[in-house]
Design a binder for this molecule. Sequence first.
Ligand SMILES: Cc1ncc(COP(=O)(O)O)c(C=O)c1O
Length: 402
Amino acid sequence: MRREEMNRDGKPHWMELNNLPARDPGDRTWLTKDMAALGKNVAGVKRLIGSQVKLVAMVKGRAYGLGDAPGIAKVALKHGADFLGVELMEEAVELRRAGLRAPILMVGPVGPNDAKTIVELGIEVTVRDHRTLQTIVDLSSSLERIATLQLEYETGLNRFGNTKLEVLSLARAINNSKWVELGGVWSHFISFESGDTQQSRSQYRTYSSLIEDLQRLGFSPGRRHMCNSGAILRYQDLHLDMVRCGKLIYGIVPAPDLIDVLPLEPVISWKTRIHWMRCVKQGDGVSYRSTWIAQKDTSIGIANVGFGDGYSSRLSSQSSVLIHGQYVPIVGQINMRAIMFDLSSVPHASIGDEVVMIGEQNGKAITINDIAMRANSVPAEFLLGIGTRVRRVTINQDAAPK
Ligand SMILES: Cc1ncc(COP(=O)(O)O)c(C=O)c1O
């Protein structure tokens, strides 16, 4: 069967339907994580903070959407991470079920119903109320197992953290029980990305005054920590006893002005293929509502991926993909499972060719920061939005311990 499909340079072009590459379902779209790159980034962060400072590798949110948090955690631990950081209890449980025995710091809220898991699995949770604390104390004493806990002091983000009075009162209760100990007191910067140094320094002063109060009362605060990725690079004098690091280990630069502070290896790429091609004539529209109109006869590539996979519709006519090492603009509205791109700059492109949505090709790159910014989002949000139907691929697995 032959079908007139294209009209490049005014000449008819025939696509041989019988000769098209067979469609492999696994080739629809895939998100790759490079474990060797991840290992190098972890080692780089560890070198920067020095051996005295503990490194928490944040693997929350299915390792920032990459999937296989236990696999990522193993590589991170092998390359210098001291702790694993999670938000939810089920994330901590997944790590323990995978056989990981490393210390786990849980930053999200917990309740009394979590006490059994906390004590049995030895998870260093951030406790924020007396009822939960008392339940943990009771269980620890009945199981005769000491639980190590953390406290969060709110210095301005006004999220889950406790006030000074609350922290002091929780610290007193911890100090009064032999079945729980204080592993650390932490806080979180508000604007590490924009580099509002004044605000961050003021938060640090507030935090320091709490630590002094704790010490004056004779309570050891345990490990002090405030820095996430942006702050690790920006405030190298504030690493304190521990840092909590997500973006950097995944190769994401936290802010443009920090790009040269620490060389990072790209860990993540997101790809698809040209699944179909067509030629549109000058004046033809592409996709819903014809928001893009061809200014000339144009060869259009179409990939079977879209906002249903997390490639935000806000990127419609706003972003590019890489094909044959060239930036190729997305045209028209992004569909649930279709993106369209103008192939004018890659005349030899054909069905089956690789399309890079995030990552590198022939020396050119589309970073997560680029794409998140164009989608009016932030890298972590964008990554977590990449759907579970996007196949996860691991490369350089050898970087992981056997
Ligand atoms: C409390 C806390 N600390 C640290 C991090 C890690 O942040 P980043 O990815 O910027 O390193 C997060 C992530 O959201 C967090 O919630």
